[in-house]
Design a protein around this ligand. Structure first.
Ligand code: NAD
Ligand code: DAU
Length: 336
């Protein structure tokens, strides 16, 4: 199997590249990534000399390059992780979300169609379903109701993917996962931001009342789910991915404070995110019943391991935080 993985230098993509090379030693992986602020080849230093691994820098809006690569490497399957992924950045600068997430996906779909690719997997998100009340779960038939420019761009991409199934009979799957956490998570997102800020003795900015709920899944469990969908997902189907680990943001931040033994005084309530979704919760029954997926991590062991990873890999996140990130941070939080 020759797999084109787009966005493989980001958080989930790099974990997926590592997972694939380890679990499927007969696969070849071509990692195609633009290396935006979120793409980082340091995430894959340990696999770069693997003979089954190739990295190519490029934009998923570059049809000619994609077409050339698909032909050159005889690609059978495309897995699309490449996207602008941060909700806060989509509020301040939505344009690139449409170019990369919507147009980029359509270009990739066309390249897949023109080259008769065996399967196209779109890595999507539970955010396309919008926000839940205090009870209930997102299933695959929950209507799309995205609230941020980020989630709207992902919903647009999902609909294009489905249209290539309906119109051209392409073999596609869409996965919609809840919030991931784990190693190589970029420190603009809640968990790595709070861990790294706490280690630096910086304030821990909690939006609004901190009672918003997210459903956390270890990134390695997400990667295993995508692997299964590539192998056994039924054509045209959507699979929700989640492990029933709902936590309020307050619970997450308090847990990190406690585990790192820092002062609770660091917690600072700041202005709420615009259009802030209140609660996400995934029903993964279809994935479990059809493909036999079950998460391996409990949240307790996963978060413990993740905090330890950030303690052991300070150079990785300090390098990120010392660069362009500082401008972003000042704009977002009004301080360094
Ligand atoms: P990330 O921001 O860490 O990584 C995105 C990667 O895509 C980066 O390496 C970046 O360089 C690359 N990229 C961006 N635009 C590109 C373009 N135009 N061409 C080529 N490469 C480009 O994101 P992530 O958190 O790893 O998320 C990966 C995917 O999973 C995204 O599609 C996201 O919507 C989806 N997702 C994320 C989560 C989560 O909790 N992080 C949950 C569900 C789904
Ligand atoms: O649900 C899946 C989605 O999870 C993915 O599609 C997105 O790509 C990914 O970024 C993530 O989106 P969220 O907006 O849920 O993640 P984030 O880490 O940005 O925020 C998690 C919660 O924490 C959310 O309620 C906002 C809050 N938050 C976040 C930051 C960065 C804070 O309170 N303070 C912060 O500084």
């Amino acid at each position: 199997m020759n797999l084109l993985v787009t966005g493989g230098a980001g958080f989930i993509g790099s974990n997926f590249v590592r997972h694939t090379l380890t679990e499927n030693p007969d696969y070849k992986v071509i990692n195609f990534d633009l290396l935006t602020y979120a793409g980082n080849l340091e995430n894959l230093r340990d696999v770069e000399s693997n003979p089954n691994y190739t990295f190519v820098k490029g934009n998923i809006t570059n049809r000619e390059l994609l077409d050339y690569l698909v032909k050159k490497h005889d690609v059978n399957v495309i897995v699309n992780f490449a996207a602008e992924s941060h909700v806060d950045r989509s509020i301040t600068n939505p344009d690139v979300f449409i170019t990369s997430n919507v147009q980029g996906t359509q270009f990739l779909l066309n390249v897949a169609k023109d080259n008769n690719i065996d399967k196209f997997v779109q890595v999507s998100t539970d955010e396309v379903y919008g926000s839940l009340g205090e009870t209930g779960y997102f299933t695959e038939t929950t209507p799309l109701n995205p609230n941020s420019p980020y989630s709207a761009s992902k919903a647009g991409a999902d609909m294009l993917v489905q249209s290539y199934f309906e119109t051209f009979g392409m073999n596609v799957n869409i996965t919609r996962c809840s919030n991931n956490y784990g190693p190589y998570h970029f420190p603009e997102k809640l968990i790595p931001l709070m861990i790294s800020n706490a280690m630096e003795g910086k304030e821990l900015p909690v939006y609004g009342d901190g009672k918003n709920v997210r459903d956390w899944l270890h990134v390695k469990d997400h990667c295993a789910a995508i692997d299964l969908v590539i192998k056994s997902g039924r054509a045209g189907e959507i699979y929700n991915v989640g492990g029933h680990n709902e936590r309020t943001n307050n619970e997450i931040v308090e847990l990190i404070v406690e585990k790192l033994g820092v002062s609770r005084e660091l917690i600072k309530y700041v202005a709420d995110r615009l259009g802030h979704d209140r609660r996400y919760a995934i029903d993964p029954t279809k994935l479990t019943d059809e493909l036999g997926w079950n998460p391996k991590y409990t949240f307790d062991t996963g978060i413990e391991e993740t905090i330890q990873w950030y303690i052991d890999n300070q150079e990785w996140w300090k390098n990120i935080k010392s660069g362009e990130y500082q401008n972003y941070y000042t704009k977002q939080y009004g301080e360094k």
